[in-house]
Design a protein. Structure first.
Ligand SMILES: *[C@@H]1O[C@H](CO)[C@@H](O)[C@H](O)[C@H]1NC(C)=O
Length: 181
């Protein structure tokens, strides 16, 4: 496929400098990164993230109230250079999907009724801001018992100001959209 020169340079500039900043021995291959989709269930007040959007549709999530919203960023399906597991836990009693890289938090969540979910797979992200990655902000709503993740600074502020969420931490770092092949 051939792109006009101007368009191509725009794409490269928007591509988180990964093409130039990439250090082969310390970064995962951007071409391997896949979209990590975000779905929301309004009756349950629960945000759920998965790379497997087909499972979301074919497993009948929409009849249960799940709606696909957007893409958090790009993640890896295997542990590439510089990455570590983003653990996924789920608590069916409070209907909350919870994601963390912190093994102490995994243990604490397990003691609070959360179970580790490796279906379909555990995904991998960067624990520090390297290789052109961007922060994943984690927010929490106590009234909704909802862990919410976004890479959008404006959305983060909107959820704090208008939706009753509070800042918790930066969970890790994902590649922005446009950083894949
Ligand atoms: C992991 O979580 C524990 C418990 O919340 C916290 O004390 C610790 O600082 C966290 N570690 C990192 C690296 O964020």
């Amino acid at each position: 496929m051939k792109f006009p020169t101007i368009l191509l340079s725009t794409v490269i500039a928007a591509c988180c400098q990964c093409a130039m900043a990439l250090k082969p021995r310390t970064c995962g291959a951007p071409a391997d990164a896949v979209p990590f989709y975000r779905a929301y269930n309004s009756p349950r007040i629960d945000h759920w993230y998965t790379y497997d959007v087909n499972a979301l549709v074919s497993n009948g999530f929409n009849p249960q109230g799940w709606l696909l919203q957007n893409v958090l960023g790009l993640v890896f399906l295997t542990e590439e250079e510089g990455t570590a597991p983003l653990f996924h836990l789920y608590n069916s009693v409070v209907t909350d999907n919870f994601y963390t890289m912190n093994t102490s938090e995994v243990t604490a969540a397990q003691q609070n009724g959360y179970l580790i979910n490796t279906n379909p797979v555990t995904v991998y992200i960067y624990p520090t801001q390297v290789c052109g990655s961007v922060p994943v902000y984690r927010l929490y709503s106590a009234t909704g018992t909802d862990n919410f993740y976004t890479t959008s600074e404006s959305e983060r502020l909107d959820f704090i100001t208008n939706e009753g969420y509070t800042d918790v931490e930066i969970t890790g770092y994902v590649l922005p959209l446009g950083c894949t092949g």
